[in-house]
Design a protein. Structure first.
Length: 500
């Protein structure tokens, strides 16, 4: 039997599963999840008063922490109705018409069976050949797919499943392979969503603009006023993406002409390419005069025989002051010669560049630059980004998932994208999986050197306090601390982080 993608059961697999369960209690548990879309917690907490067998409805309390309780009404299928009737008749003194007894009682303090018992039953006793580890959420997901395939709208499905957000229910609208092996699109109203999030390889919503509108507006305003700009920020905050967004936005602008310096490490080649580009686009006559019959690559090779200073001065000669905006992707590893060239360019072009940090002895070209410091996203923007990148994911606990992603990434956009991509590799995002997956690259580091030195200095003072209180132990402790103060500088260099 062929396994369905993303952990959904076909009608044949569902029938095989139910027919293979001989225990009445276990069969009822499976049917409640398969035909009503209940979670394990909702199943084990059901009472006889939750059922209205006359009208064939199940009333489930969808209470959430700190929020108002919402009771949702779920229709009961014919096979579940029959199973409930048999289950009620087989239990002495139990009735769905009166009383408030638990459907799945137990001797534990809560009065009903626990979640771990249900998970163990499904995974160990009733796994299918196509799905060796049957997870409760497979049954819930199957219910959602079946509802959509019969024409249920996403808004109605959200109410049936008890989701707080439409996006959570929309995750089930992703196309899947049907029993005939054909790809099925389950709802017409979700075409836009499917186009956006069909599978792992689908293009995710661009996250560069989330929480960055003010920065983008500031950058555009500075460039319009011909002010040089350097965007400084830690790894992963989106400096290069912001630069790419700016470059794309000015392509259609008639007032801004863009040049790009590709690589400051291979400066001569980059400058030669830039000069040839200027000649071919704006100085075609000069290009034909200097390089008659030359192809672009041949012209670059010939020009590379000249000195870097000569090429830079020719670029300045051939261009009008402040006519071009020069984009430099990164100046982190800028060399001394590149600094001298940029000192020539900074008053002739409007320069936009990025950096994590620039050594003080190589920052002279930045004297007339406006510095934009790019920080990690605030919590609200980070949550919006998590929502956008998590389309198609259905975590067991959405609130726990979002909080965990934010806490692990500290609002770093790249780290958020990476940890969410890691979650996509999991079959089911249970609470245990949410807590297990971590991302350490974006967590802040704290330098405790000063605190340690201050503590040792205070203890060393006890050596001199000994003269006042006449306590020999103070003299010993202070002496030990003083020795550590002398040798600690040699140990601190080994404590610096070298690898992740």
């Amino acid at each position: 039997m062929k396994a369905t993608p993303r952990g959904f059961l076909t009608a044949e697999q569902a029938d095989d599963l139910i027919s293979g369960i001989k225990n009445d209690k276990h069969r009822l548990l499976v049917l409640l999840m398969l035909d009503c879309g209940l979670t394990v917690s909702q199943c084990i907490g059901l009472k006889s008063s939750s059922f209205d067998l006359k009208d064939r409805n199940l009333h489930v309390d969808a209470a959430r922490k700190g929020k108002k309780s919402i009771v949702r009404c779920i229709p009961i299928s014919s096979r579940l109705h029959s199973e409930l009737a048999r289950y009620g008749e087989s239990r002495e003194g139990f009735s769905f018409n009166y009383g408030n007894a638990f459907i799945f009682p137990s001797n534990n303090p809560r009065g009903h069976i626990c979640r771990s018992a249900v998970n163990k039953i499904l995974k160990k006793k009733y796994s299918l050949p196509a799905i060796p580890r049957l997870h409760p959420f497979i049954l819930r997901h199957t219910y959602a797919k079946n509802q959509l395939s019969t024409g249920t709208q996403v808004q109605k499905l959200r109410e049936l499943l008890g989701h707080a957000h439409r996006r959570s229910a929309s995750a089930y609208t992703v196309p899947y392979v049907g029993e005939a092996g054909q790809e099925m699109d389950l709802t017409e109203e979700t075409t836009e969503h499917v186009a956006r999030s069909g599978n792992k390889s689908a293009e995710q919503p661009p996250y560069v603009t989330i929480g960055r509108k003010d920065i983008i507006d500031q950058l555009n305003d500075l460039i319009q006023r011909k002010v040089n700009v350097v965007i400084i920020g830690a790894i992963g905050v989106g400096k290069s993406h912001l630069l790419q967004e700016f470059e794309e936005s000015v392509k259609s602008s008639a007032s801004i002409k863009v040049l790009k310096l590709e690589d400051t490490n291979s400066l001569k080649s980059a400058l030669a390419q830039m000069l040839i580009f200027i000649l071919k686009t704006d100085q075609q006559g000069v290009y034909q005069f200097l390089f008659p019959g030359y192809e672009y690559s041949d012209a670059v090779i010939r020009l590379s025989r000249e000195s870097i200073a000569y090429i830079a001065k020719e670029i300045i000669k051939l261009t009008e002051r402040k006519f071009y905006t020069l984009i430099i992707d990164n100046v982190d590893q800028i060399g001394p010669y590149s600094v001298r060239i940029l000192e020539l360019f900074k008053d002739h072009f409007t320069i936009v560049t990025t950096a994590r940090a620039i050594p003080v002895n190589r920052s002279s070209f930045l004297w007339n630059f406006e510095i934009i410091r790019l920080q990690p996203l605030c919590r609200a923007s980070a949550m919006k980004l998590i929502d956008n990148l998590s389309v198609g994911l259905v975590p067991d606990d959405l609130t726990l998932y979002k909080n965990h992603v934010y806490e692990q990434t500290n609002g770093n956009p790249r780290a958020i994208a990476e940890i969410i991509e890691r979650y996509r590799k999991e079959g089911f995002i249970s609470k245990e999986v949410i807590r297990r997956i971590r991302h350490t690259g974006a967590l802040p580091e704290y330098d405790c050197t000063f605190i340690v030195l201050l503590f040792l200095a205070c203890v060393a003072c006890l050596r001199y306090l000994n003269h006042e209180v006449q306590n020999a132990s103070f003299r010993v402790l202070g002496g030990i601390a003083l020795v550590f103060l002398f040798i600690t500088r040699y140990f601190f260099k080994f404590s610096r982080k070298k690898n992740v």
